[in-house]
Every structure is written in C-alpha cells, then in structure tokens.
Design a protein around this ligand. Sequence first.
Ligand code: BGP
Length: 494
Amino acid sequence: MYKNEVPVSFPEDFLWGGATAANQIEGAWNEDGKGMTIEDCLPYRNVGIANFTAQFAYSSKDLEEALKAGPEANYPKRHGIDFYHRYKEDIKLFAEMGFKIYRMSICWSRIFTDPEDEEPNEAGIAFYRSVFDECRKYGIEPLVTLSHYDPPLALVQRYRGWYSRKAVDLFMKYAKVCFERFGDQVKYWLTFNEVDAMLRHPITSGGLIEDMFTDVPFETAVYQAMHHQMIASALAVKMCREMWPESKIGCMMTKLLFYPFTPKPEDNLATQKRMRSIYRYVDIQVFGYYPKYLLKEMENKGIKLVIGPDDARILREGTVDFVSFSYYMTSCMAADTSGLDMAPGNTVNGVKNPYLPSSEWGWQTDAAGLRYSLVELYDRYRVPLFIVENGLGARDTVAEDGHIHDPYRADYLDEHVRAMSDAINIDGVDLMGYTWWGCIDLISESTRQMSKRYGFIYVDLDDEGNGSYERIRKDSFYRYRDVIASRGGVLNEE
Ligand code: BGP
C-alpha cells in the first residue's frame, strides 16, 4: 500500500472524473443510423485472462460469422450497458460523485453511417449534443476521444482499415464534423486511444484483418497504418487549434511500466528497449518527427513506409497540447524469461513481480509505479499530463443487503490518489486531471466480459448479456465522492 510522503492535496482546478468508451458502453449498435464498427463484430471468447493473442486474433471467416450472427449470438459490444438509452441517469450519478470532467468517446459510425457518405447522420449528432448538454447541465466538462477502438466496418472491408491513406481523408471528414458540431460544447479532445495499441492488437484501433494482406508483410501493414494515424492525429490537432484556439487537444498512450527482473545488465537493457517501445509514437505526437530509434527499428526490420510529400510538415505542425495516458499495473522484464512466472497486464504479459499483489485478472497493482510513471513522462515530454484511465477490474457481488461492498476498489483508488498527490507536491509534475477508468461497469476491452467490473456504479448484466441493466451505487461510489469533495483531503484523516 503506497504511503504518501507529504499530506495529500490537489489544486482547486484539478479535473476529477471518470472515463468510458463508446464501444464499451453505448450498445444500440444498429439504431438511429449508426453504421457497424469492427467492435460490433468481435465475439465473446472465453480464452483465459492472459491469452491476448487468442482474444484479438481475427480472420475474414470471423467477420463472415459476425455478419451472419443473429440476436442470440454473444457480441457484447452490440448491447454494451445500454448507455445510449440510459445516459441521463448515468450522468446524473456521475454528477452525484462530483465529477468535474467526463471522458468518453464519439463513435465515428454514429456520425457517418458509412464513412464515405457526403452528409453526416443527424440522429448521431443529436445524441452526442444531448449527452454533452447533460454533462454541462451539472458543470461536467466532456473530454472526448475521437477514436477509441471502433473504426467503421466499411473502412475495414473496403480499404483494409488504417492501412489505406484513404482512412486519413475519411477520418478528417469525420473530425471536421465533430469540431464543427460539438466544438461549442467540448473543450478537451483526444485523438486516438492508446495510439500504440495497434502494434499489439491491430484489429481494434487499426481495423486490420491479417488474412486480407497477401500483397504486403502484415508487420509492414501495421507500421504503415500507424503512420496514417500519426498523420490523422497531427491534422486533427491543427484543425482543432484553428477552429477552437481555446480548446485543448492531446494524445493518449498506454503507460506500461517494466522493472528489470534482476540487476543483470542484460535485463536492464531489455527493459530499456521495452520501455522505448511504448514511447515511440507519443514522441512523434509531442515532438513532431519520427525518433531515430524508430526509424532504425523499421530499417532493421526491412519496413519501408509510404510517406506523403507533406508528411514531415504535417507532423511538425500537429504536435499536441498535453499527453494523456492509461495506467493500471506494472510488470517485470528479463532478457530471458524461460522458467520465470509470467503475469498478464493491459494486453501485455510480463514477468511476475514477487513484491506486488495481483488482481483476480492477474494485473499487478503498483501505486508507486504511477508516481514513477508521472515523473518519467513529465521529464520526457515537459507538457501537462492527464491520467485518463486508472482503475481496478474486479469480481463484485451484490450482498444480501443489496449493496456492493468493494473495499478493494476504494483501497486501489486511495493509494493511487496518494501517489498522484506526491507526484504533484514533491516531484513538480503538471497533472491536469484524473478520470477513473470504467466509472460505471462496462464491457472489458481485453476479455469482453462484464464480470471484470471497474465501476463505482454496478450494472446488473452478465457475460452472456443477461440482466436488468439496473444501476446500483457501490460503496466505492461514496468514497470517490468524498475524495473529490475534499480534493483528496479525506485521505489525511486516516
Ligand atoms: C485500456 C482501454 C480501455 C479499457 C482498459 C481496461 O486498454 O483503453 O478501453 O478497456 O484498457 O482494460 P480491460 O477492459 O481490458 O480490462
């Protein structure tokens, strides 16, 4: 359990809140003009908590099955937690906790039924305008991710997802509508969720189906798709800045943290290499050019990108205002992991750390690692930071008394708040805010389970999609409310 070195305190304008993603909460997958996304085509798979390869493996045959699937098939993202119809009740609960900001994403396919349509889907625009109005009614600022793992299916089928440069043009048409139609309501934007994740699961953020690539090595296709997302991110930053100079637009990365498993120099080198791999694309979004080590990596892999004549200028002119990130757990790294105990993490597996506790999903909780990560990121980028995902996925149960007693979640929250406070008050980190991931129970991204619950609000729904969708405040709901109301001060009373 992390112990803070100085009393817990946060700036008055610190943005406390919660985070979700359209594909994991909205449901209404085919309502009011919404087009299909690749997430609507990912089935529930019971492949274990650490088998990310099996979870994210996807073929054209899987897609055929998804397109033929009837209502009895288990495609959890199709129903989500029915936020689409219940958002007013949910946002009211967020306001009861005292949220200052609510991180959510817009589903591209709700704004354009088909990404190549000339005109946007007005019903989709009306939905998000109503969501943003509901937030602002309670003084909650929306923090909006433009792309959170749900590329339009038509882009996947017609253009092989982000592999095609066409994706950039279509995405910019979508981004322009978002800035035009929501820019008066939304002051905080993010471009791509966990932009590095495409390298780990290209099917979600990139919409790449490996067996569609017979003309190019798949690894090359992934790096080319990453390049297109870098261009799109930079263009979106520039467009937002020109249209709404007062708004803030940032990137979003998966903040993983690996410790060398032993002091052996080779373990240290392996750890440095692994850590650089999570920075390579954020470096582009912050500094505006490809770092030498990434160019060398591609050269040594024989990967030659197709680069546009203006791409260097576009990247240079589209650097972000802040760096946001997800942080859940830490792992260890060894040059040779044979015979070592491994532990799963956020779509990664690492060597198990014998000094850290593990969640039921094997993720190793490490609040000190959050403080370390904040210092590391601030030292590297020297721009404001924003923690837009942090939370504990756990198996909650409704007790006899009808309540959900989740002290483990409150403990996780408390120690990460203590760690953030020290990073601000001792290490001098400029931290804009904190949005707890899964402020309401939702569909897990890596396991597509409901039973992996993150929320301060319980949703009566199971892994098979059965339930009343009733919302119930958990004990941790009141804990977070008190933490926000006291700006962390309640932690000094213990
Ligand atoms: C991050 C995603 C979120 C969320 C989170 C929790 O990778 O940005 O969408 O899913 O992980 O992970 P999981 O849902 O796999 O438990």
